[in-house]
Design a protein around this ligand. Structure first.
Ligand SMILES: Nc1ncnc2c1ncn2[C@@H]1O[C@H](COP(=O)(O)OP(=O)(O)O)[C@@H](O)[C@H]1O
Ligand SMILES: [Mg+2]
Length: 338
């Protein structure tokens, strides 16, 4: 029995280390209110899929606890499984079976039968624009169709909580937009709670009412996308240097730039310096002057309104793209841009 005032998902101090010593989760904590869309946002390798596996009872944590729909994932995994729908990062559909047969099989696994199953399958095929493809084997489906079927499979038994692990990764832009619309509609459905993971900043910004940024197995910050962006005063000014700075150069520049009027939060990241400024455009000449006096050559300077990328930089201490591609790749890209 789930309690409507209790969180739909609650994870406390989850720790998970894989054989070989990779600490995938390092004290992860999240709370998801019922009927909301919650985005777990982080770069590849941050621990998102591991968190989803634990919350959906497919893996056990080394320590920590979690409840889903009011049920303890370790003590009552069967109850949790009945209350949830799971769309894993990799499709779970049988490629040789038709779309309709996949849905029917999934329904039967959850004890939906007879006319109720027929109605539910038709309804989902219609809703996910798969009616015409229903009789064809899934292996002939496009990426977008396959992903829509995956979501339909997760919904057959009318779960209370739906887990979507990277629902749009690998989709082309058109299919991604269609999936966003679909998730947006699902979110409006009565009572359904959605926990989605994504490594797309834009996706979290667009779909999630609350976002938790996960970095190296722990949450670094949680809030609404707007509140997170709102915490960052003023504009972000990103200056691309011709060469990365050494430690002494950083210390010197931190003082020189941080002391400029209206400038705060100087962050160094490889060959890039980012600052926050009350008025970004007004701060650029002073910043460039200070860099020139310090003998540091500048490649480009850009001014931007705060984005979730800036939020990530502030809390995780490195740029999102760098965390995503690994430091080596980020440096190669920056080198190539020179
Ligand atoms: N079965 C596994 N065995 C060993 N290491 C794993 C396994 N699954 C994931 N990892 C590692 O754990 C970390 C987190 O992975 P994952 O949870 O898949 O992150 P994400 O979904 O955010 O990309 C990564 O470093 C990954 O390589
Ligand atoms: Mg993953």
């Amino acid at each position: 029995m789930s309690n409507t005032s209790a969180p739909a998902v609650e994870a406390r101090r989850l720790v998970k280390t894989y054989p070989g010593g990779v600490t995938a989760l390092n004290g992860l904590e999240i709370t998801v209110e019922p009927g909301t869309v919650f985005g777990l946002l982080g770069p590849n390798g941050a621990g998102k899929s591991t968190a989803v596996k634990i919350l959906t009872t497919l893996a056990r944590p080394d320590s920590g606890s979690a409840t889903v729909a009011g049920h303890d994932v370790l003590r009552h995994p069967d109850r949790v499984r009945r209350a949830i729908g799971v769309v894993a990062q990799n499709s779970g559909a049988d490629p040789v079976a038709t779309g309709r047969d996949n849905l029917r099989l999934q329904g039967r696994l959850y004890g939906v039968r007879g006319a109720a199953l027929d109605r539910r399958v038709d309804e989902l095929l219609e809703r996910f624009a798969l009616s015409e493809a229903a009789r064809r084997p899934v292996k002939g489906y496009s990426g977008g169709m396959r992903r829509r079927l995956d979501v339909a499979l997760g919904l057959v038994h009318r779960p209370e909580v739906l887990f979507l692990d990277e629902p749009t990764t690998g989709l082309d832009p058109e299919a991604r937009t269609a999936m966003w619309d679909e998730i947006g509609r699902l979110a409006g459905e009565e009572g359904l709670t959605i926990l989605l993971t994504t490594h797309y900043l834009e996706e979290a910004d667009r779909l999630a009412e609350r976002v938790a940024i996960v970095d190296r197995g722990r949450i670094v910050v949680t809030g609404t996308p707007d509140s997170l962006k709102g915490e960052l005063r003023g504009d972000a000014v990103h200056v691309e240097l011709r060469t990365a700075l050494g430690e002494s150069g950083r210390v010197l520049l931190e003082g020189a730039l941080g002391g400029l009027p209206g400038v705060h939060e100087v962050v160094f990241d490889g060959p890039r310096v980012s600052v926050r400024a009350e008025d970004g455009a007004a701060a650029v000449p002073a910043l460039l002057g200070a860099l020139e006096r310090a003998g540091v050559a500048v490649a480009t300077a850009t001014v931007a309104r705060p984005s979730l990328d800036d939020v990530y930089l502030r809390y995780a201490g490195r740029r999102y793209a760098e965390a995503e591609s690994g430091t080596a790749d980020a440096l190669v890209l920056a080198g190539g841009a020179r």
